[in-house]
Design a protein around this ligand. Structure first.
Ligand code: B3K
Ligand code: ZN
Length: 874
């Protein structure tokens, strides 16, 4: 099939004004009746065409009269109907088969036939697997939904919108109706039916609406829904206070499922969540997962305005809702937790996931120009880089200005489908500014390199900062143009004090921090009244998604690490020192760089004023994927060995006794509550234990064993288990067995059991993965399980996956072909583990190429997987 192109966009010739849907629900077969009230665009003259996939058409009528066979055609996913007029009503009745739906798109079964429940997933194009419809986001309809089902098998019936009646039917059946007063695109439709329990809370919005909040799960997990309910309430308050956005229905339902292709889905009034991002209690949930639950609950809730009330005109505009909503979630999480740590976490994710995407064969702009399968574009670029672009705009406008712009955006486009141009126009107009230069960021792929050079002129008392930018070519975009890059900066004197900044030509009072915008390929910025060569702190808070190259002297980085009040840049200075130490180990010589890094951290180690979580992150060098990004020919085994050596050197510099003492001190506080202070101490405890295990396993492994046994919660238990398992400690097998027995009934904990083993570095990982595939608990049908085992191996264990003999690649390619037949979305996502293969050293590169070629030659690949493989292997 041909790619779909942004430049070919045309408004829909037919709209659905109102959709009345009628479901007769059953596990094997469900029947869906649809009455669609149509409106025709008078300016267009196209026949009525509706999307439909895997639908068995049972009946069709137009304006009350059954349509004879010659008046409609259904082929290649399109139903074409003759004779429709403006105002016509089209009625169809179709049969779908939920239990056979392994793609988990459309209407499907979660769990077993006996105990499971029915649910839907429609974004991006799943609604067409439920009924015939113009399944595109710029068709907004009012939905009325009636559900009918056997009461004993499906006691709970839910759909989006407000409840509008329910009752009994003959033969043990019942019905429930829902009316959504807000016009919405089909991708926001949802229903859920089955045996579910709920917890509830009454909420009153700032503008006075009484709302019933309910979180639903299967009975065994209902006790683990409390935390999410609290997070939901916090998110609702925050959106009222920060953006003046109130919730707009009488009910808000959230449902947990173990069978889900992604994290969660913002269906109007009926969010559906992967249980991994909803269920939480100290015994089964790690601290990182607690923060993820809070973030995802907030993210989906925030979509109610940024996504649902104002949606996307077409899927090219996906970042309009996703980048914006990720940014809103980042603001919220920063507010609920530590802003510096949140920023560090988000930038680390950007570097680990988005920078490699932007530097390889899958690179695409935040607003792609074309796609074959839209589900392949829910990427780190659209989400995380998209959020960075919103952050730059917000920074440009300031807090009040951004709020003004957002108010105008919501007011102007409420109830409509918008574009990124609309968004920038609203933000700009509300502030009397032209933001259109930032559109270039949406259209251009690749990560800009920003170079900075400073020159001090003692006689003139000036400091000239020269900033230059360059973006390397990406597939299909050989030539890049300069982008507006906001650089937040400060200058320090050699005692670590910030200097007042007086920029050339500036009249207003000097402050110690400001933003300069590099708009051209190269520009000078001259600061006056600077007596001695300063140390610049650049790109503070990571003010733009670029790679900064600056020739710092080591003592300058050490100064920033010791004194920069910008928590992010403080950490960043430590990362830069770590990178230099790593390069010194790799290239030989340069002992001073290693010692310098270790000494700088040793000086901070006992600093009681330092947030333990920040210390933990400072003690962590950049990860293997980030290190690989900086190499021209990648040897993952060597990178792993060098990084281990680097950490061993740090551990040795800190000293076994000091590490042990610190671990003991942190272990004394044994709780498992997820508050920020306790989380920070556990984070540091884990890091200290890991370092000690590298330095002195004989001392560390018994400690890990004790921590495993006495752990009050999952964070400490899993950290200890990981150390035992990674060091192949004699205690590891027992600990694994104990973990499995303890959490046998919990799929999410079992996922961790698979993942921790799949991530053991080195060549033996492959045999372990193969053995785990034979475990009765492993199945290709469950996306979480696939990600826990195969995803952790292929994307989270570079030295285990990238074997020189290519066996890791062959295993993945084989599984991809099998998985693709069941679930193309998950297969295509898993295949991105091959990204970057062209930069591997020659032996591995050839092995990867052969594995990919075999997969490509496999024949019947889905559109999803074929598109990814096609990009990987051009
Ligand atoms: N909007 C959904 C993602 C849908 C993915 C479809 N393949 C979740 C989110 O971003 O909030
Ligand atoms: Zn989202």
């Amino acid at each position: 099939p041909l790619p779909i192109r942004l430049r070919d966009y045309a408004p829909p010739p037919w709209r659905v004004v109102q959709a009345e849907l009628d479901f007769e629900l059953g596990i094997d077969a469900s029947e869906v009746g649809a009455r669609l009230h149509l409106a025709r665009d008078p300016a267009q003259d196209a026949p009525l065409r509706l999307d439909g996939e895997e639908l068995e058409l049972l009946a069709i009528a137009l304006d009350g009269a059954p349509l004879p066979a010659g008046r409609w055609r259904y082929a290649d996913g399109v139903l074409e109907v003759d004779g429709a007029r403006d105002g016509s009503v089209l009625e169809t009745r179709v049969r779908v088969r939920p239990a056979e739906n392994t793609a988990l798109e459309g209407l499907y079964l979660s769990g077993s036939r006996e105990a499971g429940f029915l649910l839907t997933q429609c974004e991006a194009e799943g609604f067409r697997r439920i009924t015939f419809f113009p399944d595109r986001p710029d068709v907004l309809a009012r939905f009325t939904v009636t559900l009918r089902a056997d009461r004993a098998r499906f006691p709970v019936l839910l759909a989006g919108g407000n409840p509008d009646g329910a009752g009994e039917l003959p033969g043990g059946r019942h019905w429930a109706r829902f009316v959504d007063p807000h016009p919405k695109p089909s991708y926001l439709f949802a229903l859920v039916a089955g045996r579910l329990e709920k917890i509830e809370r009454d909420y009153r919005t700032a503008d006075g609406r009484a709302v019933k909040l309910a979180i639903w799960s299967e009975a065994d997990a209902i006790g683990r829904c409390r935390y999410a309910l609290g997070a939901l309430e916090r998110a609702m308050r925050w959106d009222e206070e920060t953006y003046g956005r109130n919730y707009d229905l009488d009910v808000f339902h959230v449902v947990a499922t173990h069978d889900f292709n992604m994290g969660a889905m913002e269906n109007k009034g009926l969010n559906i969540f992967n249980a991994k991002y909803l269920l939480a209690d100290p015994d089964t949930t790690t601290d990182d997962e607690y923060r993820a639950v809070e973030a995802v609950v907030a993210h989906e809730y925030f979509h109610n305005w940024s996504g649902n009330r104002v949606t996307c005109r077409d899927w090219f505009q996906l970042s309009l809702k996703e980048g914006l909503t990720v940014f809103r979630e980042q603001q919220f999480s920063a507010r609920m937790n530590s802003p510096a740590l949140k920023r560090i976490e988000d930038v680390a994710l950007l570097r680990r996931a988005q920078f490699p995407e932007d530097a390889g064969p899958l690179a695409h702009p935040v607003r792609p120009a074309e796609y074959r399968e839209i589900n392949n574009f829910y990427t780190a670029t659209v989400y995380e880089k998209g959020a960075e672009l919103v952050r730059m705009l917000a920074g440009r406008l300031g807090e009040a200005g951004f709020r003004r712009g957002m108010d105008l955006y919501f007011a102007r486009h409420d109830g409509r489908a918008a574009t990124l141009e609309d968004f920038l126009a609203a933000l700009g107009e509300a502030n009397g500014l032209d933001l259109s230069p930032y559109l270039a960021w949406y259209a251009q792929a690749g990560t800009p390199r920003l170079t900075a050079r400073g020159r001090h002129d003692a006689a003139a008392r000036t400091y000239t900062l020269t900033l230059a930018q360059h973006t390397p070519p990406t597939p299909g975009q050989p030539d890049k143009r300069p982008l507006p890059i906001p650089v937040k900066l400060a200058l320090f004197d050699r005692a670590g004090r910030m200097l007042p900044l007086r920029l050339d030509g500036q009249t207003s009072a000097a402050s110690t921090e400001r933003v300069v915008v590099l708009a051209q390929a190269e520009q000078d910025f001259v600061f006056r009244g600077v007596d001695a060569p300063p140390v610049p702190s650049l790109l503070r808070g990571f003010s733009a998604p670029v790679i900064l190259e600056c020739d710092y002297a080591p003592e300058e980085l050490a100064l920033l690490l010791a004194h920069d009040p910008d928590g992010f840049n403080r950490w960043e200075a430590g990362q830069q020192l770590a990178l230099r130490a790593y390069a010194a180990l790799r290239d030989g010589g340069g002992e001073a760089a290693v010692e310098g890094w270790c000494a700088a951290l040793a000086a901070l180690f006992d600093d009681a004023a330092l947030d333990p979580a920040l210390l933990a992150d400072l003690l962590t060098p950049p990860g293997e994927i980030e290190l690989a990004e900086r190499e021209r020919e990648v040897d993952p085994a060597r990178i792993h060995a060098l990084r281990q050596e680097l950490q061993r050197r740090l551990a040795a510099a800190l000293g076994g006794e000091r590490l042990e003492r610190h671990h003991r001190k942190l272990a004394a506080d044994a709780g498992a509550q997820p508050d920020a202070a306790a989380q920070a101490r556990r984070r540091l405890k884990r890091r200290v234990l890991e370092l000690l295990a590298l330095h002195d396993p004989a001392a560390a492994l018994p400690l890990a064993q004790r921590q495993y046994e006495s752990a009050a919660g999952m964070t400490d238990r899993l950290a200890a288990l990981a150390v035992l398992v990674r060091h192949e400690a004699p205690q590891a097998l027992n600990a694994l067995a104990a973990f499995r027995a303890r959490h046998a009934q919990d799929p999410l904990a079992l996922d961790k059991w698979f993942a921790v083993q799949a991530q053991i570095p080195g060549e033996p990982a492959l045999a372990r993965v193969r053995a785990l595939e034979a475990d009765p608990a492993f199945t290709l049908k469950n996306p979480n399980r696939v990600r826990a085992l195969l995803g952790s191996y292929a994307s989270g264990n570079p030295s285990g996956f990238h074997r020189a003999d290519g066996a890791g690649y062959r295993l993945l390619a084989e599984r991809l072909a099998q998985l693709d037949a069941l679930n193309p979305q998950v297969a295509a996502r898993l295949a991105t583990a091959f990204n970057g293969w062209q930069r591997l050293e020659p032996v591995r590169r050839e092995q990867a190429r052969q594995a990919l070629a075999a997969l490509a030659g496999h024949g019947a690949l889905s559109r999803n997987l074929a598109e990814i493989v096609g990009h990987l292997l051009p």
